[in-house]
Design a protein around this ligand. Structure first.
Ligand code: GDD
Ligand code: MG
Length: 191
């Protein structure tokens, strides 16, 4: 199948902090007649996320913070449990993952493993997230974590089994975090 796209109009609706665009384009598929689409696209940049796990202790390190986007959409107190993550800004993805681990959880990890890069909400959000995991040890704790600037992040060290139960009960309901926990389960290194 060959696809051709001809952009008719590309308008910035907001560039207040991130960028919201409205793109009008003609989509030609298989030389057929054009279909005209008008779509809003939200560009918040790309990100990296990293799951820290300890095989000996059978634990993972997660974060908990207030997420206003979930609060306006049914999450009563707005608090969300997540693997640590952040926007790339000017960093390479692996550098970003390591930085976020130190800033948010306090752990300075050694080897990190790249899993994959996933679009998280392709209907309208540009974000591509780079996924990593890394083993951590108590000795790698450099600081208490908690984030930078106005971030106010709790660090949670949880038994892996409890984290999986929390997914089943709907207490962990962040997509990237569920994907990472399931990847760890698939490895067979956690009970
Ligand atoms: N002033 C202002 N600050 C903002 C705004 N949006 C975000 N920020 C600030 O920008 C920083 C973003 O923190 P990061 O740790 O880099 O990103 P994140 O919010 O944890 O997560 C991002 O990355 C993940 C992917 O790796 C994503 O899953 C997540 O949706 C998000 O994009 C935070 O200090 C946050 O307060 C905004 O609209 N206005
Ligand atoms: Mg973050």
């Amino acid at each position: 199948m060959s696809v051709k796209i001809e952009v008719i109009k590309d308008k910035i609706l907001s560039d207040n902090y991130f960028i919201l665009r409205n793109i009008t384009y003609d989509l030609y598929r298989n030389e057929a007649e054009a279909i005209r689409h008008k779509r809003e696209v939200y560009d918040r940049g790309n990100g990296a996320t990293i799951l820290l796990y300890n095989r000996d202790k059978q634990t993972v390190v997660l974060t908990r913070q207030f997420r206003v986007a979930t609060w306006v959409n049914g999450n009563a107190d707005g608090m969300l449990i997540e693997a640590c993550a952040g926007l790339l800004d000017a960093d390479e993805p692996e550098i970003c993952a390591r930085k976020e681990a130190i800033e948010e959880t306090g752990y300075e990890v050694g080897d990190v493993e790249k899993l994959f890069e996933l679009y998280m909400s392709p209907g309208g959000v540009t974000e591509l997230i780079h996924f990593y995991m890394a083993e951590y040890s108590d000795a790698q704790r450099d600081n208490a974590g908690g984030g930078i600037d106005d971030e106010d992040i709790d660090v949670l060290e949880l038994p892996f089994r409890q984290a999986m139960e929390m997914v089943a009960k709907g207490e962990i309901r962040d997509g990237k975090t569920v994907i990472l926990l399931q990847q760890l389960k698939l490895r067979g290194v956690m009970d």
